[in-house]
Design a protein around this ligand. Structure first.
Ligand SMILES: NC(=O)c1ccc[n+]([C@@H]2O[C@H](COP(=O)([O-])OP(=O)(O)OC[C@H]3O[C@@H](n4cnc5c(N)ncnc54)[C@H](OP(=O)(O)O)[C@@H]3O)[C@@H](O)[C@H]2O)c1
Length: 380
């Protein structure tokens, strides 16, 4: 059996520790991949800062990480779509409550992936690029396509225009970059927000209008842009996005639904060592006013809201629609790009701790990636 190593989280706010990790064969519907690249997400350092709040089921020591790409080394007996040697990208589900197994964390050399949460990638797509995709794709897909969220039409090769327009607040985020592309592939026009420095980038993904979310007039400006359009609802990504999206969908024609990706708690001080109960008390006025405002707006205006949990697609058809039916072909023929652009921050498991710290400081239209093969990056 191959020798495996992982970057372990051994306790709250401890730095990741690289040491041996078990290697086990895949279950019936799983593949095992040797990771060439893994990406970090806000949720990784958030779990490190406040595991009991975010994933209370998690028992230490644990292996974090949702995003990985690499080569298949073993396939389960029920797997038909993949064979040993295939280049793939997949959403590692170790932190999900129902999966909850260290073998399914991305931050190790060998990761178990569910077949239906994995896609083959073309030879032209470097592993470093592919690794930016999974959690962004899954989170956007849960909010946009699940029947209990926006229930949008699915993405296909030749989607007919729906005549509807989706609001993506936070278009330059990793989730937003994928939401825009998925929405366009599903036949929707997209109006997005971002910082002005990222307007060209967000347009390049397919948004027809991009507005600055820092502007005090952004809600009014969005309402003007939506004039004469039929709104398909909103995907709210980023702090304060939910309330603003509710204001927009209330004022325009169309679906009164806001799907929310961002949890309204600031975990930064907890990551710096602050006590979780003390921090929660400190943040409670802001949290209470957030909840009260959401309740009031939804009750008075009849707007529905729902928080996204980016792994729920594993149990419904959205996973196969995206990872089996759409993404492989769309990546192969260039209709879908790996976005946001990867920034390589190291080439070993030991670099993941620094990557988490960098992620916590914030990124802009970039995803931090660690490569795990001792080879020169394909990025040049
Ligand atoms: N619920 C879930 O399952 C789930 C899963 C994944 C992520 N998330 C959450 O979704 C959010 C985005 O995650 P990510 O990985 O996509 O983030 P990310 O790429 O690390 O986010 C960086 C981007 O955030 C943008 N941004 C910062 N504040 C913003 C605001 N107030 N409004 C709009 N955009 C803002 C910045 O845009 P500019 O540089 O253009 O200003 C920057 O490009 C986070 O809150 C994360 O915790 C939730």
């Amino acid at each position: 059996m191959p020798k495996n190593e992982a970057a372990w989280l051994v306790n709250r706010n401890n730095p990741l520790e690289v040491r041996e990790s078990p290697y086990s064969p895949p279950s019936e519907n799983e593949i095992v991949i040797k990771n060439h690249a893994v990406a970090v997400n806000p949720v990784d350092w958030i779990i490190q800062a406040a595991p009991g709040m975010v994933c209370p089921w998690m028992k230490f020591p644990y292996v974090l990480g949702s995003d990985c790409s690499g080569e298949v080394v073993e396939v389960g007996t029920g797997v038909t779509r993949f064979k040993v040697g295939d280049r793939v990208v997949g959403h590692a589900l170790g932190v999900d409550k129902k999966r909850n197994r260290v073998t399914e964390g991305a931050f190790q050399h060998y990761t178990h992936l569910l077949e239906h949460m994995s896609s083959p990638i073309p030879a032209t797509l470097p592993f470093e690029y592919a690794a930016v995709l999974p959690l962004g794709v899954s989170t956007a897909a849960c909010g946009m396509f699940q029947k209990d969220h926006l229930a949008l039409q699915y993405p296909t090769r030749d989607a007919l225009p729906t005549g509807e327009t989706l609001l993506v607040w936070g278009g330059s985020t990793s989730v937003g970059s994928n939401a825009i592309q998925l929405a366009v592939a599903a036949g929707y026009e997209v109006v997005a927000t971002a910082s002005p420095a990222n307007f060209a980038y967000v347009h390049s993904l397919g948004a027809t209008h991009v507005l600055d979310y820092h502007s005090p007039h952004v809600v009014q400006n969005l309402i003007k842009v939506f004039s004469g359009k039929s709104c398909a609802g909103a995907l709210a990504i980023g702090a304060t996005s939910a309330g603003s999206c509710m204001d927009v969908v209330h004022a325009v024609e169309g679906k009164k639904f806001v799907s929310m990706a961002t949890f309204p708690v600031d975990f930064t001080r907890m990551a710096e060592g602050a006590s979780i109960p003390v921090e929660m008390v400190r943040q409670s006025p802001k949290l209470l006013s957030f909840v009260a405002s959401l309740l009031l707006k939804s009750r008075l205006r009849g707007i529905r809201t729902k928080a996204i949990y980016g792994t729920t697609l594993v149990d419904n058809e959205v996973s196969t629609i995206v990872y089996r039916d759409f993404l492989p072909n769309a990546l192969a023929d260039g209709r879908y790009v790996a976005a946001p652009r990867p920034e390589i921050v190291g080439n070993s498991l030991e670099c993941l701790e620094a990557a988490l710290k960098r992620q916590r400081k914030g990124v802009s239209a970039r995803k931090l990636v660690v490569t795990l093969e001792s080879r020169k990056s394909d990025l040049g």
